[in-house]
Design a protein around this ligand. Structure first.
Ligand code: ZN
Length: 146
């Protein structure tokens, strides 16, 4: 993910924080891995648009119950626009809030949240499809289920 001999302090800090959380807490490993991958992409400059529809710019509102993330177009879509996009992943309000948190929170608080199992499954699916597409490689999340 990084170039040799080019300082990457943010990535190193994320890596060390992630190792710390793995070794010192009993936090769910799948959740840790999702947070790490999404935040890593954000640090590397892959920031999806989450405030408004990437197609028609309809703002996303807090009271919405469902959100639609377009892997193809790098961001969230409103419901009508999402119907025309086969790459859309449907997200609950909780999963969408977790995504925004991972992308924007203070690095010291990155791992300080939990989400219900159902939302974790959504986050894992989003993480796998989105990060594999951005990194142009297949990384199997199951390998980390030790
Ligand atoms: Zn739209």
């Amino acid at each position: 993910m990084t170039e040799e001999n080019i300082p990457a302090g943010d990535v190193l800090q994320l890596f060390l924080n992630t190792l710390y959380v793995i070794s010192e807490t009993d936090k769910d490993l799948d959740l840790i891995y999702c947070i790490f991958r999404i935040r890593l992409l954000a640090i590397l400059g892959f920031l999806p648009q989450v405030a408004k529809c990437v197609n028609c710019e309809t703002p996303m509102l807090e009271e919405m119950e469902k959100f639609y993330f377009s892997v193809k177009d790098d961001g969230v879509k409103c419901e009508p626009c999402s119907r025309l996009d086969k790459s859309v992943i449907e997200l609950s309000k909780t999963t969408f809030s977790a995504l925004i948190y991972i992308l924007s929170c203070d690095s010291k608080k990155l791992f300080s949240f939990e989400i219900p199992e159902r939302d974790l499954q959504e986050l894992k699916l989003l993480c796998k499809i989105y990060t594999n597409q951005k990194l142009d490689k297949e990384y199997d999340i199951q390998k980390f289920n030790i």
